[in-house]
Design a binder for this molecule. Structure first.
Ligand SMILES: C[S@@+](CC[C@H](N)C(=O)[O-])C[C@H]1O[C@@H](n2cnc3c(N)ncnc32)[C@H](O)[C@@H]1O
Length: 232
């Protein structure tokens, strides 16, 4: 799978892409991640990429020219243009179903905003899939792009040591349940014992218990978020 990241801060990705899972996946040719500097498409001696908003207001906006030129140039390179994603707080909220949808694609192109965001004509010209990673505001799209690269890449076959582990994770599979509690050694820690069923060796009982726990954890979580929503 190929992932392109378009940013004004390419240096932010250096350590991230070399990290354990991603670094190994890239070295093994499972993932081809390329970072392009939007500023390379700016004009003039100052290579300006941002300007003040028409109508007034704080901060600066990303000018449409360098961003659109950058996207078009990157999409022209390679076998297919790929699925274009604009990172923006106003986009549809990222979830595991969307991550799975991205992981099935051969190529995605992630556009990172900065400052007060993009001039709206970027959206009107390119019609990207607008994605938010949550209802809060980051300083830039880079961390949001890292979230997507991380979540998507672990679903690419061969990236995880055991592909089954992604299938058993929270929000995966039927019902999109969250994972129930897990335990490792020691069998007892500060008076807290590992549930007996997990030591039984009875795989059917263990699977049934895990499912029960996942249903309970999911319903607790749903209850908490509903309570949060109804609290003024
Ligand atoms: C400071 S934000 C701009 C916020 C914008 N003025 C607004 O109020 O919606 C700068 C950039 O960070 C990225 N960003 C911020 N929050 C995000 C979020 N929750 N999800 C995805 N990207 C985000 C976007 O790329 C955005 O263009």
């Amino acid at each position: 799978m190929r992932i392109d990241i378009l940013t004004l801060f390419p240096g932010m990705f250096t350590g991230f892409l070399e990290g354990s899972l991603l670094g190994a996946a890239r070295a093994r040719g499972l993932l081809d991640v390329r970072v392009t500097d939007i500023r390379d498409f700016a004009e003039g001696v100052h290579r300006q990429v941002d300007d003040r908003p028409f109508g007034g207001g704080p901060g600066m906006l990303l000018m449409p020219g360098p961003v659109v030129d950058c996207v078009e140039s990157v999409q022209r390179a390679g076998a297919a243009p790929g699925h274009l994603v604009m990172l923006t707080p106003g986009g549809r909220r990222l979830d595991q179903a969307t991550v799975e949808e991205f992981a099935r694609r051969e190529r995605i192109v992630l556009m990172c905003g900065r400052y007060e965001g993009f001039d709206d004509r970027v959206r009107q010209t390119l019609h990207p899939d607008e994605i938010s990673i949550g209802d809060f505001v980051l300083s830039g799209g880079e961390v949001a792009a890292m979230v997507i690269v991380d979540a998507v890449s672990r679903l690419v076959p061969g990236v995880l040591g055991d592909d089954e582990s992604a299938r058993q994770d929270s929000f995966s599979g039927a019902g999109r349940l969250v994972e129930g509690p897990q335990y490792t050694r020691p069998r007892e820690f500060r008076g807290l014992a590992v549930p007996e069923v997990l030591l039984s060796g009875d795989h059917r009982r263990i699977a049934a218990w895990r499912h029960e726990q996942a249903v309970a954890a999911t319903s607790r979580r749903t209850h908490v978020s509903q309570t949060e929503r109804s609290t003024p």
